[in-house]
Design a protein. Sequence first.
Length: 156
Amino acid sequence: MLATIVLTHVFRAGPITASRIQGAIAAYRESIALHPTAEAHTFLGWTYSFQGKYEDAIAECKEAIAVDADFGNPYNDIGSYLIKLERLDEAIPWLESAIKAPRYEPRHYPYCNLGQVYWKKGLLGRAAEEFQRALEIEPNYAFARAALEAVRSQLN
């Protein structure tokens, strides 16, 4: 699939630069024009997020959901972008949808994002629960472990 090839060759080949981002945007648009997929829309949204264009990123993720509602990544990405926009309450249902999505990897991300939302809202117990759930799925995820320890230290 072209979208995955772009992801591999543009973003994993070296430092992310403005020209690489522009190249990725062009490639994803071409991919979508030839064969729209949920992945291509999601990756295009992710690319927009590197430019701080979160509303455009959200719009692409909604296009991805329209193409394949079972693909969980765009739900999590929308939640993540809403967190960056400080629209925490809006992020929660998107992250919960990512958790329920039949097709989604990496499964621990929406739990971490929910943990961040609850932490920012001062709901430390709920935040700890979400970070713990993330660690049950991915025990070696350093971010979740550090976040859980930080939240627990605030609870004590």
